[in-house]
Design a protein around this ligand. Sequence first.
Ligand SMILES: [Ca+2]
Ligand SMILES: [Ca+2]
Length: 576
Amino acid sequence: MTSEARGLRRREFLRTVAAGAAAASIARYAGGAEGDPATRRPSVVLVLTDDQGYGDLGCHGNEKIHTPNLDRLAAESVEMTHFHVMPVCAPTRACLMTGRYNYRTGAIDTYLGRAMMHPDEVTLAERLGAAGYRCGIFGKWHLGDNYPMRPIDQGFHEGLYLLGGGLCQPSDPPGSPGYVDPILQRSGKPEQVKGYCTDVFTEAAIGFIEANRARPFFAYLATNAPHGPLQVADKYWKPYQEAGLDETTARTYGMITNLDENVGRLLARLKDLGLEENTIVIFLTDNGPDGRKPGRYDAGLRGQKGTVYDGGIRVPFYVRWPGRLRAGRRIETIAAAIDVVPTLLDACGIAPPADAKLDGMDLLPLLDGRAGDWPERTLYFQWHRGDQPVRYRDAAAREPRYKLVMHLQGRSPVFELYDVVADPGEAKDLAAAQSDVVKRMREGYEQWFKDVSSTRGYAPPRIHLGTPHEDPTVLSRQDWRGPRAGWARDSLGHWEVRVAAAGTCDVTLRFPRAAGPCEAVFRLLGADLKMPVERGAQSCTFENVRLAAGDGRLEAWLALDAETVGVHYVEVKRRA
Ligand SMILES: [Ca+2]
Ligand SMILES: [Ca+2]
């Protein structure tokens, strides 16, 4: 059979499976969203942690780390042991929220405008919300900080979340102190909270669950721990140091133990509220460990965050649903973040969308043990830095048994082939010995890359200015673009924006203390303004700026002698 015919047969099979499963689920919840908590649509708690590797859990063989609550959750769940994500944060989140490969969505990297997801992508929150769910996000979104890409523009009814890729990054509001008492976004408005970030996010998620206990809800708890900087109270990390671990590992484990306590608190509250039986709790992480330190346990996996070896992309995945799934099962079938949307839609009794191409598969028949004939499939992973993905650059294709890893040496692709069932550490390269397998998987990857790249190309979505949805709009270096864009002192970028309607604005530029007298410049759609800035100043405001409607490039910088340096924030505030 040709690969095309195989693909066609597989798609037909999947459609049949999906249609049957969805029909059963839809019939099950025909009574609607209300009523008895045991029979209404299940609620969903999705816990996603940041940079926690497969080995950073007691139940995965880590003898040093203390994660009793997550270990218990794993034991009460169905665990998928070969579950994969993308090698870094935002790409995984795009897959998780849409059920589609992130290269289709605009979220191709973590910063410089490449983490923004196109607003016409339909998120899990949008789909669940349409079925009557109340949706809340607590923690890290990382798919766009401004309208129309914020979580509250993308299906979440409320939330308490951070900007960009994490606290202490250039997207943090000016003056935000770090992991303790951070300035967060409360449903789109900045608010300084009290306490340690993971505690605050969990507490907010618990409050949301309590307030919505009488209806189906979707709580997305996406912690920024244990992503660096490794800030956590001494009582969590000192014991690990005293036990002989290096400080980096001790702090990382300390953050995870704090996280574990928070997950325990949330699960206890679900139980107290009588919601345990009919709430689906999913736990996973967004990529492998950040850096490989001598003391950090890796479960024997090769590579780390940012690589397509399993250390970068194989993560824990637990699904607990006491009312429906038998606890303690372990499933070795390969799966990935793109599968979460179709799985949850089925579990929640929502028909698979007719309007969008989902890449993922409904895992529910596997999770509840119904699946007999499960089709083989190939999963694809890739990440790189740059405005445009490049074929073969840091990519992988994964079949149930084999994994093809691709790199570029200069312009030439290099292929490595591993039998990951026999060789989970990806140590023995079989590419030379099994060139037929390499050829088959390479062709599959090439088709995939062409397919996802042709969905919409890689031009970034635009940030909208001058709408009533967001005022002021604050642009940060998270989303600026251009050849000099970066997070260095002398970086300089621009923002691709859409001025929704002509109007008058005040534009404030914020920058590090000016080293000497200089000139501030602001340009957008025909506006070309300059203003002197005194030595030591940290901001300046252009008042009554007339903005024309349309798509344009917003530029702002300081000119000091021959040097031009980008500003750190641009705040655009509409005049009444
Ligand atoms: Ca991450
Ligand atoms: Ca959308």
